[in-house]
Write a new protein. Sequence first.
Length: 368
Amino acid sequence: MIVANREQTMKNRSPAILICIALLASFAVQADGGAPIAPREGAIGYVMTDLFWAVYQTPDAKQECPNGFNPGPREQFEVLFPDSEKRTVVDTQLKQEIETWHPTADPDSFPFYEAEGPLSYGLNLDGKTGPNDFTHPDGEQGIDNEVYRAVACIIGFRGPVGVEYIFQNKAIADRRYNRTMIELTGVDDLTNDDNVTVTLYRGLDRLLTDATGMKVMSGGSQRVDMRWGAKLIRQTRGKIVDSVLTTEPIAEVVIPWMNLNVPTFQIIRDMRLQLKLTPTGAEGLIAGYADVDTWYKQLIRNDSTHHLSNGQISGISLYKALRRLADAYPDPETGANTAISTALDVKLTQVFIVHPPGEAAVAELVAH
């Protein structure tokens, strides 16, 4: 009778309760009943739920954008072609469209408002403090984030209502293409651990959400994509101090990227993570040097000029700014920098990562 009642009790428990029980069971707990300090078997996985360029914003934008916001394609078109009704489509609309798809680094015919002021989110990527570096709002100096300088005064890149901000994060929740995961192994202590292994994977499954479909829940599962995502697997070392994970740089990372249902990707060099960890999630920064041409191509492949106009994003002017502000990886022939420092705000939720059979094969892929 006791056994039967116990079985009936388990059947009556809601799936959410069972998930919580499984989640709590996956962590070791201090003897005095304190907070969990180590995941079971030293491993914990997280799946990305939010990702966007880190933009320092003040409520009225006066500090970072004292000159206002940059004009978009519609505003620039009216200035360039005031008598467009008397001209052909070829020498007006198509002319601008061609330059949007095939931009140059030639000087801009419009003033471009870069972010001003001393503050920016990000990391010190080069280990130096120079005259062009920012200061983090927490006081850390030497912050490298030239993408912020380029996009902060473009309304489409500002949260929470910028068109790029909205649809980039929406694609992560709605689609499976950009399903990025990280797994920590060799974790003795989720609060302080001087040596953990961090592996990046691409997942295959949808996010586990509540009944509204809006809130991502922890405790779901994600299979590792070994067909299309095997080449995206990367591994590095990291340490945890006061629950903050900091990793060593990875030479090159390809991040699946989708916006408005168009699959593209980002290439980030010298990429490192700085994440505040909890048993149910993580939040922080991805930082590194973004390849300029790849950064720009994902933008215009995702957005037509119509969509760019909704965010007042002139692709032509923005590309020139990215080229002008690029600060790493000079081209061996021309000497022009091909990558630009950046930081991305990232949020992740805890998941159970389901590995395919043949862990040795996965280890071999990571090693090469």
